[in-house]
Design a protein. Sequence first.
Length: 421
Amino acid sequence: MNNDFQWFKDHLQSQVLPFWETAFDDAYGGVFTCYTNDGKQRVSEDKFTWSQGRMLWCLSFLLGHAQCSEGIDDATLLQYRKRCDALFHLLNEKALLPGEDEVCAFLLDRKGNPKKTGSHDSLYTSMYADCFVIMGFARYALLVESQDIARTALGIYTKMQQVMARGIIRTEPYPLPPGTSAQSISMIICNTAHELALALQQLGIPEASRVRMDAQSAAHSVLQVFADNQTMQIREVVYQDTHKNMDLLARHRNPGHAIECMWFCLDALGDEYREVLSAFVLSSLELGWDKEWGGLFRYVDTDGGEPKGECDGSAFSQLVASTWELKLWWPHVEALYACSRFYQATKDERFFVWYERLKQYTYTTFPSDKGEEWIQIRTRIGIPLERVVALPVKDPYHILRMHLLMLNMKTDYSKEIDHEV
């Protein structure tokens, strides 16, 4: 895997970054992401804070790690830094909502004015967007070595916790039916708290210990509430009413999500949990792999194949039923990084075999024409598909983050944070 360092760097710099270099809004700050799947046409100038926070994280990480920026000329790096600064200012000045029961706006227009959206027709519709803003601010704080910005990130995080504690848990673009709990909430809090704790710790802010414990608590919640130790599967949705355990949402699994969650948990809990977590990664790979056409299904049933069970009519269950067999970019890059990360932690050769299989499938299926990033959404057999699968965006995050983390493996990303409490 270490021999792939140059290969990942070349792909990042020649295939991925050139597309996004043309997507920034240098007039008002931020990045345009509302493109067709092939990236040929911009369909809106709106800016989802979900994607803006993610790009802020990616640019901050790239600029803050020499392994990632090596080979990029100084003029380009200076431009990246200006755009990174502008992204932060857009979010800091426009996205943070003042109300007691709201955190970050989900959607901004080009100039940064918040817009109502989602099933609640509200400015505030998603704690996931909150999390991506928090993580973007945390990484940016490390880049510019600012305690003030880290404390701003901590303030957003604390407000989000308070809002959620009052029962306001909004999860666009995956609104949950009543009476359900979602693994994705514990998962994203695990990752968010880990990233925030890292920034607080490195900048000498004492709240780092408390936030680190939040990350560990969220990881344990995944393992205690959503992990099925008999099947070694991670459940996406758990119903309060156990009579609904055979419904479609209860039965469905999201292999890519489960795999991504396990490396989040590994970061939060440390390598002493590698054996427990690695078993769920391997099981998810086996469950999700399409043995006929290759690649990972978006969703599968707990018994494999097409999700079964009663569809309750919710937007989430309809999404699962209608898009289960698609091949999406993000599960594959998350699985690729997870296999590298778990191979590093366990030296289990099965992860190396999966890594090679995933790399071959991913890079022969998803990349677009040279310099035009990837065509992120594909049919089961790999044909490009113009379809919205979450937000109506071509999102920069998973592809960029995977390449950045792979390039930084030599500096051992997992040990950037002290796991001692």
